[in-house]
Design a protein around this ligand. Sequence first.
Ligand SMILES: CC(=O)SCCNC(=O)CCNC(=O)[C@H](O)C(C)(C)COP(=O)(O)OP(=O)(O)OC[C@H]1O[C@@H](n2cnc3c(N)ncnc32)[C@H](O)[C@@H]1OP(=O)(O)O
Ligand SMILES: O=C([O-])CC(=O)C(=O)O
Length: 449
Amino acid sequence: MSDKLHSLEYLCEEYLKNNYIDPEMSEKLGVKRGLRNPDGTGVLAGLTNVCDVVGYDMIDGVRTPRDGQLIYRGIDVQDIVKAAYAEDRFIFEEVIWLLLFGSLPTAEELADFKVTMEESRGLPENFVEDMIIKAPSPNIMNKMQRSVLALYSYDDDAEIQTLKNILRQSVVLISSLPTIMVNAYQVKRRVYDKKSMYFHMPKPGQSTAEHILRTYRADRKFTHEEAKLLDLCMVLHADHGGGNNSTFACRVLSSTGTDTYSAIAAGIGSLKGPKHGGANIKVMEMLDDIKANVRDYDDDTEIKEYLRRLIRKQAGDRSGLIYGIGHAVYTKSDPRAVILRTNAEHLAYEQGFGDDFKLLCAVERLAPQVFAEEKGNKNVCANVDLYSGLIYRMLGLSVDLYTPLFAISRIPGWCAHRIEEVVFANRIIRPAYKYLGVRQRYVSLEDRR
Ligand SMILES: CC(=O)SCCNC(=O)CCNC(=O)[C@H](O)C(C)(C)COP(=O)(O)OP(=O)(O)OC[C@H]1O[C@@H](n2cnc3c(N)ncnc32)[C@H](O)[C@@H]1OP(=O)(O)O
Ligand SMILES: O=C([O-])CC(=O)C(=O)O
């Protein structure tokens, strides 16, 4: 066999010789590319009681931009955030209850639920040794996904599809994923970064945010304000309707009747992508690249020029994307980005991250102008990923954890949607693909040239 046949270049050539899909065919054939209608709105794929994402009004059949709103079980997320600050308490656990069950817990229910979550934070006997230490990964999302799949083997009832069993699995996964994340990170530090790793024991009575900061930091110390900021981030990332890519992936898998571990692992795999949750890492890489390439951070013209080069694939990662900008639903604003910006500002100037903050604000302000000039009159706004990475950087959290922090926040949403899919939707999700390939005759091996 010749070397030529083994080379990847040869196989790529073979692929490209036989495969092409004209991008214009989608429109011609009325294909809903990206499951989007011609006006950009999402194709209706299901019904949900969990969460509403409002990004535009339909006025006389026309998609009309408006300020965004995010509603968890009928309650505006802004009101939840206001309550957390007014009452100075951690609220992520309450949001988990709200998303899973559909009600606000009473004080007694919440107290009990926090105890249940705390009791479920630990991992099965030898899990860390066997699944994390012995099989580390340079990527924490990858390690979390594999760990979730591995938990299947520790669950005697892994396949049982009753509401009771799925709720049990959901609470255990929501509670233990932060522990998996921190352990996976510590091992990554030791194996790949050649730095010390720390395995701190959880402290009773701590919220999820406090638990993460305590077990992450070498000295186990953090301030109340830091933990509150992390709690806020988790609340804002907890759900985003049934149609966001990771939740939809989780719903697609759930619709087949597969197990909870497979469905949640799909959500993690989807969220990792740079167009979805992975954008929080890309934003910070983009920010550092702006700082390296723009001389005057107060010069809007220079920043706009850099953004233009991003769109033209002449700068950054050459993908043509301005990360942290744009959204499938939001048009004028993503309420989460607004809340994160407002809460990041003070800390940014206090902790010496003023330039980073100012530059991200400039990206938010100038990107829509560059879009209008480069792509016509498109409505784009900052999305949640624009400011979250900066907050994690200010909290001293490693970039390795930015997208994993999104995952540990979003898993309540995935679980709530999975339960809805299993209990109420009850039909396998199965869209269609139009076949464009040519018909060919089967030729016997000896007659092929
Ligand atoms: C938690 C989250 O998932 S929030 C999103 C995080 N992702 C990012 O920040 C990555 C950058 N943004 C994007 O890639 C997109 O805006 C997405 C993936 C978020 C939404 O994508 P879509 O729903 O397809 O966007 P929309 O329909 O508004 O616009 C599509 C067009 O605008 C372009 N576009 C949209 N956002 C951007 C962007 N930030 N930079 C460059 N081009 C963009 C698309 O490439 C596409 O161009 P085309 O029509 O020439 O093919
Ligand atoms: O809704 C979307 O498409 C993406 C998003 O913002 C999220 O999942 O939080």
